[in-house]
Ligand binder design. Structure first.
Ligand code: FES
Length: 257
């Protein structure tokens, strides 16, 4: 299995209520940042109780020159709560980069992030560089990270409460703005991903979806992340996939959501 690396917290800020942004610096020889691609994640270990499984957190930005990775995460339990108290100079054990990341395509790219699925879209928008539209789904007018996308993409907003942008979900916003896409890339809660899959089928376009929400440990140890694939083996059994090993990014046509 993958080796652990020791990262040093370079900086940490709270972006909004319960959502934190942390830059981690890695020793150059560990090669963690230089290997990372958008859509991958790292699994971060807590100090309290080394028996505990790590927490998978998606990569928000990659700085290869400085050997740094940025993670943006929401406090969702004891582990992430502990991460939120860390300060510059603290060290943290991680495994990664893990998972398969997004395949970068030519043509019109529409990136879709919902809630805490928004952060990985920033690294992706920066990597794609051109013809990028980002559709961000938020609960309300608390638009964390939105401004950071603006140098790299046209930004479209959907909010549940209608306070900013389209009132409704990300697919409502795509229809309202009449966005054209050759490829969709999405990360967010399951109902949103189901909507993206259905929309891609309706338009007959490729959708790459990240199922990172289903992961609990990220390292193959909890078996909590199994999803069904449409691929059948030679005995026509349903072929199960582990999100943390086979994903977290899948072609939406190949999985059952
Ligand atoms: Fe624990 Fe996949 S997330 S086994």
């Amino acid at each position: 299995d993958k080796m652990k690396s020791t990262a040093t917290v370079d900086s940490q800020v709270m972006l909004s209520d319960g959502i934190y942004s942390m830059w981690l610096k890695f020793p150059k020889e560990q090669d963690v940042a230089s290997k990372a691609v958008p859509g991958q994640f790292i699994s971060m270990y807590c100090k309290e109780g080394s028996r505990l499984l790590p927490r998978p957190i998606s990569i928000c930005e990659i700085n290869k020159e400085e050997s740094m990775l940025r993670v943006v995460y929401r406090i969702a339990g004891q582990g992430t709560k502990e991460f939120s108290t860390m300060q510059a100079g603290d060290t943290i054990e991680i495994v990664g980069p893990l998972g398969n990341g997004f395949a970068l395509k030519e043509g019109k790219n529409v990136l879709i992030g919902g809630g805490i699925g928004i952060p990985p879209m920033l690294a992706l928008a920066k990597a794609l560089k051109k013809d990028v539209t980002v559709v961000l789904g938020y609960r309300d007018s608390n638009l964390f990270l939105k401004e950071e996308f603006e140098p790299y993409a046209k930004v479209v907003i959907a909010t549940d409460d209608g306070s900013v942008g389209t009132k409704g979900n990300v697919i409502d916003a795509i229809r309202e703005e009449e966005l054209e896409a050759d490829t969709l890339y999405a990360c967010g809660p399951m109902p949103m991903l189901r909507g993206v899959k259905a929309y891609a089928e309706e338009k007959d376009i490729l959708a790459q979806v990240s199922l990172e929400e289903k992961m609990a440990c990220g390292i193959g140890a909890c078996l909590g992340c199994v999803c069904q694939s449409k691929e059948k083996d030679s005995h026509s059994h349903v072929n199960n996939k582990r999100v943390c090993k086979d994903g977290p990014v899948f072609d939406a046509r190949e999985i059952i959501l």
